[in-house]
Write a protein that binds this ligand. Structure first.
Ligand code: UDP
Length: 326
């Protein structure tokens, strides 16, 4: 009988791609999502249960009814600026939500967890960033993820939880078959905002900061295709099934690109440059984020297949063209 994997936040951007990858691996992706940020139409590969993670009673009932062998946990507030303005709501969703999920898992003897973390836990440490570097988050968002990492570590010691913590760099792109893509509201990320500008929608792109200590003065980021991230989650399930334990992996490519590199690639893919203006730095942005990837390659067999900038932008453009009707 096929195993069930509970995907908390599976109606969102990365979670929906993970649901597709879980289904492709022969397992059943059971999505649990409050639909506060996720979309009903993004749940295509298995059942949906609508629940808020903070509702431990509802979660426990869902877990008892479906008996998942493992949980993937994507459900979180992600907009860095909102975190700075509304820290209590942010910690409630990200930290209290995860505690509630862990309580429900414990009550039902589910021991395996794959957790969505972020390179924001490293704060402004000097890249390339390795998993053994200390957590020094510089935002409420980063701190909420770092706190959850520590809670997970405590639960592995106290209750025998087995976990893979995945620290994403810049998730981007869309499913190559067009089945899912990025639909945040508000959208703050570079690639969808630049594509929107190239499509002639909105007020044009603002390039935040041109005076960074980088070759072209704009920030360098390590862009990783969302379908490559999704595959890493399935590899993490396999790793937990094989050897249990607690693992932490960076997921990026190790090759950073600047904001201007992204704009050039968009011009090439779309056939016109996104109209853009140069603006001042955005609060909280660090000049360079790039991953050291040794551990993910060795232990997870992580080999990004779709994460060259051209493929990232082409898949995102194909998805947005359809959803925006352009
Ligand atoms: N960025 C930009 N204009 C935008 C959105 C982002 O210039 O409308 C820049 C941002 O300052 C950063 C990079 O693009 O240097 C990537 O930002 P994004 O929000 O996509 O991801 P983050 O690195 O913040 O997770």
């Amino acid at each position: 009988m096929a195993e069930t994997i509970l995907i908390a936040g599976g109606a969102g951007y990365i979670g929906s791609h993970a649901a597709k990858a879980v289904a492709a691996s022969g397992r059943i992706p059971l999505v649990v999502d409050s639909l506060a940020a996720g979309h009903n139409h993004a749940v295509k590969w298995g059942p949906l249960e609508v629940a808020d993670l903070r509702d431990t009673t509802a979660l426990t009932a869902i877990i008892k009814a479906h008996m998942p062998v493992a949980i993937m946990h994507f459900a979180a507030s992600i907009e860095v600026g909102i975190g700075e303005r509304e820290p209590l709501a942010f910690y409630d969703n990200n930290v209290a939500g995860t505690i509630s999920l862990l309580k429900a898992m414990k009550a039902c003897d589910v021991t395996r967890l794959v957790f969505s973390s972020t390179c924001a836990v490293y704060g402004s440490a000097q890249p390339p960033l390795s998993e053994d570097m200390p957590r020094k988050p510089a935002s409420v968002y980063g701190r909420s993820k770092a706190m959850v990492e520590e809670i997970i570590e405590d639960c592995t010691r106290a209750y025998g939880l087995e976990a893979v913590i995945l620290r994403y760099f810049n998730a981007c792109g869309a499913d190559p078959d067009g089945d899912s893509g990025e639909e945040h509201d508000p959208e703050t990320h570079l690639i969808p905002n630049a594509l929107k500008a190239a499509a002639g929608l909105g007020d044009g792109l603002k390039v935040f900061g041109t005076d960074y200590p980088t070759p072209d003065g704009t920030c360098l980021r390590d862009y990783i295709h969302v379908s490559d991230l999704a595959d890493a989650h399935v590899a993490a399930l396999d790793l937990l099934a094989r050897e249990g334990g607690l693992h932490v992996f960076n997921l990026g490519t190790g090759t950073p690109y600047s904001v201007l590199d992204v704009i050039k690639t968009i011009e090439h893919v779309v056939g016109r440059a996104p109209p853009h203006e140069f603006a001042s730095r955005r609060a909280g942005d660090v000049p360079v984020l790039t991953a050291n990837l040794g551990a993910a390659a060795t232990k997870l067999g992580f080999r990004p297949k779709l994460s060259d900038l051209e493929t990232i932008v082409s898949t995102a453009w194909a998805f947005h063209k359809k959803t925006w009707g352009v």
